[in-house]
Ligand binder design. Structure first.
Ligand code: NAD
Ligand code: UDP
Length: 314
C-alpha cells in the first residue's frame, strides 16, 4: 500500500484518479482548494478510511509525508483559467515548484498533468511530442499555456539538477462524468444545451477539430505512466487520436439526446486552436496504452450523468 498525494483531486480528472488509486488498495491524500473542484465529486469517498481530503492552495508550501505525487491542480476550462489569469500562472508555476520541492525532500516520484495546449495553435498536424508548439505569449490563453510550459521546464530541471523521478503527461481534450456542467467546455456545453432544449453554441464555423478521450481511458494512461520504467520521463501524449469537427460533435450530441435544439453560430474566441490531434505512438510503445472507448459510447455515459445531475439541480 502506498500513500499517494493527488493535487486537484476534487476536480473532474482528479476524482476519477482518486477512485482508481483507492480501488488498488492505496491511501489517498486529496489536496484541492475547490476553485473548480467540487465536494460532490469526492462525496462518495469521504467515509473511506484510506481517503483524506485537505483544503489547501498549492501556491502555498505543503508539508506532508507521501510515497508518490500526482500534480493535477489547475483550472482546465478556458472560462475558469481566464477568470483570474495571474492566479492560473501562479498555480502552474509556484504550484509546480512547491510540489517538486516536496518530491525532492521525500525522494518520491512525481507526475505532472500537462496539456496539449503546450502545442498552442499547431502548424503541424497531428502533434508528436517532438513538436515545439506555436503558443501566443501574450494572448488570453497564455496564462494557462505558458504556465503549463514553464511547469514542464521546472519538472525537467528538477530531474536534471536533483535526479528527481518525473513523469510528464500531455493530456488532450478529455470528457466524461463529473465534468462541471457549467465550465464552458465544449462537450459539457453541447450536452447541457441539448438536454435543456437551448441553442447549441458553435464558435466560429464549427470546422475546428479536437480529439476527445473518455475519462476512463485517460486515467488508465495516467496510472500506467506513473508506474512506467525508471528513466522514462515523457513528455508523452495521452489522448484519443480520432478527430472530430465541432459540427460533428454537435450532430452526435443531438442524435444521442434526441434533442430538437438549433445550432447557433457565435464568434470564435481569440487564439482558439483550429486543429488538435495527438500522435500516440510513444504511449503505445512505452506504456502499451491506447484508448478503447469510442466517442458515441463515451457520450452516452456522459449524457446519462448530466441528465441525473441536471435533475438533481432542479
Ligand atoms: P478541473 O478544473 O475539474 O480540476 C482541477 C482541480 O484543481 C480542481 O479541483 C480545482 O479546484 C483544483 N485547483 C485549481 N487551482 C488550485 C490551487 N491553486 N490549489 C489547489 N487546487 C487547485 O479540471 P480537470 O479537467 O480535472 O483537469 C485536471 C488537470 O488536467 C489540470 O491540471 C488540467 O490542466 C489538466 N488537463 C485537463 C484536460 C481535460 O481535457 N480535462 C486537458 C489537458 C490538461
Ligand atoms: N466550442 C464551441 N462551443 C462551445 C464551447 C466551445 O464551439 O460552447 C469550441 C471552442 O471554440 C473550441 C472547441 O470547442 O474550438 C473546444 O473548446 P474547449 O473549451 O472544450 O477546449 P479547448 O479549446 O481548450 O480545447
Amino acid at each position: 500500500m502506498k500513500r499517494i498525494l493527488v493535487t486537484g483531486g476534487a476536480g473532474f480528472l482528479g476524482s476519477h484518479l482518486c477512485d482508481l488509486l483507492l480501488e488498488e488498495g492505496n491511501e489517498v491524500l486529496c489536496v484541492d482548494n475547490l476553485f473548480t473542484g467540487r465536494r460532490k465529486n469526492i462525496h462518495h469517498l469521504l467515509d473511506n478510511k484510506n481517503f483524506e481530503f485537505f483544503r489547501h492552495d498549492v501556491t502555498m508550501p505543503l508539508f506532508v509525508e507521501v510515497d508518490e505525487i500526482y500534480n493535477l491542480a489547475c483550472p482546465a476550462s478556458p472560462i475558469h483559467y481566464q477568470f483570474d489569469p495571474v492566479q492560473t500562472t501562479k498555480t502552474s508555476v509556484i504550484g509546480a515548484i512547491n510540489m517538486l520541492g516536496l518530491a525532492k525532500r521525500l525522494k518520491v516520484r512525481i507526475l505532472q498533468a500537462s496539456t496539449s495546449e503546450v502545442y498552442g495553435d499547431p502548424e503541424i498536424h497531428p502533434q508528436p511530442e517532438s513538436y515545439k508548439g506555436s503558443v501566443s505569449v501574450t494572448g488570453p490563453r497564455a496564462c494557462y499555456d505558458e504556465g503549463k510550459r514553464c511547469a514542464e521546464t521546472l519538472f525537467f530541471d528538477y530531474h536534471r539538477q536533483n535526479k528527481l523521478s518525473i513523469k510528464v503527461m500531455r493530456i488532450f481534450n478529455t470528457y466524461g462524468p463529473r465534468m462541471n456542467p457549467f465550465d464552458g467546455r465544449v462537450v459539457s456545453n453541447f450536452i447541457v444545451q441539448a438536454l435543456q432544449g437551448k441553442d447549441i453554441t458553435i464558435f466560429g464555423d464549427g470546422k475546428q477539430t479536437r480529439s476527445f478521450c473518455y475519462v476512463d481511458d485517460l486515467i488508465q494512461g495516467m496510472h500506467k505512466l506513473m508506474l512506467s520504467r525508471e528513466g522514462f520521463t515523457g513528455p508523452v501524449n495521452i489522448g484519443n487520436p480520432v478527430e472530430f469537427t465541432m459540427m460533428e460533435l454537435a450532430k452526435n450530441v443531438l442524435e444521442l439526446t434526441g434533442s430538437k435544439s438549433k445550432l447557433k453560430f457565435m464568434p470564435l474566441p481569440q487564439d482558439d486552436p483550429m486543429q488538435r490531434k495527438p500522435v500516440i505512438d510513444l504511449a503505445k510503445k512505452e506504456l502499451e496504452w491506447e484508448p478503447k472507448v469510442q466517442l458515441k459510447e463515451g457520450l452516452d455515459k456522459t449524457i446519462s450523468y448530466f441528465e441525473k445531475t441536471l435533475t438533481e439541480m432542479g
